[in-house]
Structures are given as structure tokens and as C-alpha cells.
Design a protein around this ligand. Structure first.
Ligand code: AMP
Length: 435
């Protein structure tokens, strides 16, 4: 079904066309009619599925023209980057309307945000802390609210914001439409949904546990002390346009970035210890192609949408299986094909096993050809093991535990041509046998 038949106002169909969207994505096809009907909605869909337009379009449709006064739509987001991105989507899709949207988030001064609120906005997209500040100083009221959108609720739970989210929900008028988006809906999230929604329609887009088909993904088993050299080897042998490298910790991300810079790569870093200006500069620079590599932690990179990310490299195996799906969803977005590589050490076998169970498939294990593996071959990752075999050299939580280490292993030869057949075993890597 084309966008023209979804019952959207012609100014919004023009907005969609200006964005270059041809057909609605599955979440748009299913959620837009529900939202237009006025029902509450619980959608389990992750970023990359087109979920922002799935709520932005019908909400813009409902709003009609700009009305001075207090906001009629509130969108809560877990991170500043997501809030900024969602505001951009509202502006882009609503470019042929006169509806006004503004974004409120921390890390920047209050003045400009306060003055936008004073001028009257229809839609506020906010992170919880800054929104609560404005509510407290009465720069903003929620009594005119018609639609409340809770986006990435699972991430808000992970980040410890759920109590604040509930406080904000309690301040909204009882008569409203509530839209609830979460990649997964475990029981704790279900409880928040019961608190915030009434008689919701459920829409499940079956990618919450699955790996997007447009992503080729593979494990590169390696000993801990050779991880950075293997990363350099992969970068040297990969025909990439832009790469996001994920680190579990903020200090880890800084360290990887420093070492990549010494190896003459142009690198941006995105994590929560960076100032807001640094975060904006990193993301903008990466989007504009000034940096070929962005090193990021999960929380900072959650949901960010960068067109043309050709590769994702998990320098560390993600802690939560869900994060594997989110991380590799940064590539292969909107039908493009992308590659996702994970460096895994033998100590990670339990984590890899959990991920494979979660996504319901085995991840192919590959070896980088001509890399100087210690012992002449890559180590085995035995994912049939129920338990992790050894005390982990790297702790699981927080930067403060991460242990500095030396990378003394031989460097991979870097003389071969930097081309590969997009993630398939081939010229520079081959599938490990019997694993
Ligand atoms: P989201 O899941 O909202 O983060 O969207 C992921 C990406 O898909 C964004 O770059 C959107 O601009 C893009 N997108 C959203 N809807 C469509 C569509 N119908 N066709 C093509 N791309 C889309």
C-alpha cells in the first residue's frame, strides 16, 4: 500500500516524498492506521525500522495547523542524540505544515530552549531531566497535551529513568493518546505500559530478536592481547565508507580512539562522558564524512541514524544479547546492505552463546587471512559451553573496572589491497572449519 492510501493529509504525503520514501515500512503500515484511529499503541519495534515516521506522520496529521500556547504532543527520549534526531524527523516530515517542534535536552544552556517554549510550540521532544527542570520552573505545562509518546522505553528502563518517566506520565491529562515504543517488552516494561496506556493495540514487528537480513555478520575469534591488532587488520582489509566501533566502556572507547588516531585513522568518539558540544561535533562530523570511524558506547549510540554506515565492528562482545541486535542494526539500515564484525575472545564464549540463543542463529566464525595469529591460527570459540570458562580479564560493568593492557602481538601485514566481497568469506578472510 502506498503512502497516499494511508489517509494522511496531502501536505504530509508531500513531506514523505521529499524525504525520498517510496513505500511505507512494515511498522508504518501497521502503526499509522492505529494511531490515526486514536487508539493507544504498544509497538515493539527497534530503531532502523522506520518507527519515528510511524508515529510522527499520524501525530502531525492529528495536530493540523500550528496553535499558539502549550504543547499538544510530548515525545520522551532516552538520549540527547535521539531527541535531536526525532525532532529533525518531525521537522523534515512536517516541512509543508506550519507545526512547530522543539527539542529540550541537557548539556546545553536553557536560554534558547526557554525562548522557544515562550513563543509557543506544538510538539516537544525531550529527555526526562531537562523536561522536569522546565516543568518545575513552570516554563512549560502539560495540561494541553493530546498525545504522549514514550520512545525506546526499554532503554529508559536500562538507564534508570523509569521513575521519572512515571512522574511525567502522572502530570499529563488523563484524556490523551499514548504511544509506547520499545524494542522488547519484558514484564517490567509491561508494568510501565499498564500504568501509562489504556486498552492499547499491540503491534509487533518481528525484528526485536532477529538480525536484519540486510546485515552480514560474523565473529572474528582472537586472543585478548591481539584484539587491537586484529581491528587494525580488519580495517586495512575492509573496503569501508564509514565504520562504527562499539566499546563496552567509555574509557575503552577513548583508548581505542587514541590508538586508531595514532594509526592515522580519522576518528570521532561518542560516549556519555563527552560534553554535549563534543557529542554533537562527533556525530555531525561522522555524518558529514569528516571522520571515517566513530567509536561509541551502547548507550550513546543507541538509535542514532547515520545513512551509509557500511560497517559495525564490535570491539567488545556486547553485554546484553539485545545490544548485539541494536548495534549491528546501525548498519544495513533502510534496506542498504552492511557488514557487522565482532571480535570475540575465548573468554566471551558464554556471551556469544547467549547472543546466538537470543537471535536464534549461529554467527559464522571467520579468520582474517595473513594475520599473525599467536600460535598460527585463530582461537576457538566454543559456543556449546554452558558457562564462561575463565575469570574475565575485563569486568562487565562500568569503566572503572577496565584494565589497561599492552598489545604486544605481531602486527598483521597491511600490504594487500583493501577490498573484500562484503562480509562473505573471501579474499581476506575465510570461514573457520568445524566450529
Ligand atoms: P528509524 O527507525 O525511525 O530510526 O528510521 C530509520 C531510517 O529509515 C531513517 O533514516 C529514516 O529516514 C528511514 N526511513 C523511514 N521510513 C522510511 C521509508 N518508508 N522508506 C525508506 N526509508 C525510511
Amino acid at each position: 500500500m502506498p503512502f497516499t492510501q494511508l489517509g494522511l493529509h496531502s501536505s504530509l504525503v508531500r513531506g514523505v516524498q521529499a524525504m525520498g520514501y517510496v513505500d511505507p515500512t512494515p511498522i508504518q503500515l501497521r502503526a499509522i492506521p492505529v494511531i490515526l484511529s486514536g487508539s493507544d499503541l504498544i509497538a515493539s519495534a527497534q530503531t532502523g525500522t522506520g518507527k519515528t515516521a510511524a508515529f510522527a506522520l499520524p501525530v502531525l496529521n492529528r495536530l493540523g495547523p500550528h496553535r499558539p500556547g502549550q504543547p499538544r504532543v510530548l515525545v520522551l527520549e532516552p538520549t540527547r542524540e535521539l531527541a535531536a534526531q526525532v525532532e529533525t524527523s518531525f521537522r523534515d516530515l512536517g516541512r509543508f505544515t506550519d507545526v512547530r517542534a522543539t527539542v529540550l535536552h541537557g548539556g546545553v544552556g536553557y536560554g534558547r530552549q526557554r525562548s522557544e517554549l515562550r513563543h509557543g510550540v506544538d510538539i516537544v521532544i525531550a529527555t526526562v531531566g531537562r523536561l522536569l527542570d522546565f516543568l518545575q520552573e513552570k516554563a512549560l505545562r502539560l495540561d494541553q497535551l493530546e498525545v504522549l509518546i514514550l520512545d525506546e522505553v526499554d532503554r529508559m528502563l536500562d538507564m534508570g529513568f523509569i521513575h521519572d518517566v512515571k512522574r511525567i506520565v502522572a502530570m499529563c491529562p488523563k484524556k490523551r493518546q499514548t504511544l509506547f515504543f520499545s524494542a522488547t517488552v519484558p514484564p517490567e516494561i509491561e508494568a510501565v505500559a499498564r500504568f501509562a496506556l489504556s486498552n492499547p493495540v499491540r503491534v509487533e514487528i518481528g525484528v526485536a530478536r532477529s538480525v536484519n537480513e540486510s546485515v552480514n555478520h560474523a565473529l572474528f575469534p582472537v586472543l585478548h592481547e591481539q584484539k587491537f591488532d586484529l581491528l587494525l587488520g580488519l580495517l586495512a582489509k575492509t573496503d569501508f565508507q564509514s565504520v562504527i566501533i562499539f566499546s563496552r566502556t567509555k574509557h575503552g572507547a577513548d583508548r581505542i580512539a587514541r590508538r586508531l588516531k595514532s594509526a592515522n585513522h580519522s576518528v570521532a568518539v561518542l560516549h556519555a562522558n563527552r560534553s554535549q558540544n563534543q557529542r554533537v561535533e562527533a556525530l555531525e562530523g561522522f555524518k558529514a564524512g569528516r571522520y571515517e570511524i566513530m567509536v561509541a558506547t551502547d548507550i550513546a549510540a543507541r538509535g542514532i541514524d547515520v545513512a551509509g554506515v557500511s560497517h559495525v565492528i564490535n570491539y567488545d562482545v556486547p553485554e546484553n544479547p539485545e545490544d548485539y541486535v541494536h548495534r549491528i542494526g546501525r548498519t544495513g539500515r533502510a534496506m542498504a546492505v552492511g557488514d557487522a564484525f565482532t571480535l570475540a575472545t575465548p573468554e566471551n564464549s558464554g556471551d556469544v552463546r547467549d547472543i546466538e540463543r537470543f537471535i536464534g542463529q549461529k554467527i559464522p566464525q571467520l579468520t582474517l587471512e595473513s594475520f599473525g595469529y599467536v600460535g598460527g591460527k585463530s582461537p576457538a570459540i566454543d559456543t556449546s559451553r554452558p558457562n564462561r570458562p575463565a575469570p574475565r580479564p575485563q569486568q562487565r560493568h562500568g569503566d572503572r573496572h577496565s584494565t589497561p593492557r599492552r598489545d604486544s602481538a605481531p602486527r598483521a601485514p597491511r600490504s594487500e589491497p583493501a577490498h573484500h566481497p562484503r562480509g562473505k568469506p573471501g579474499a581476506h578472510w575465510r570461514r573457520n572449519s568445524g566450529r
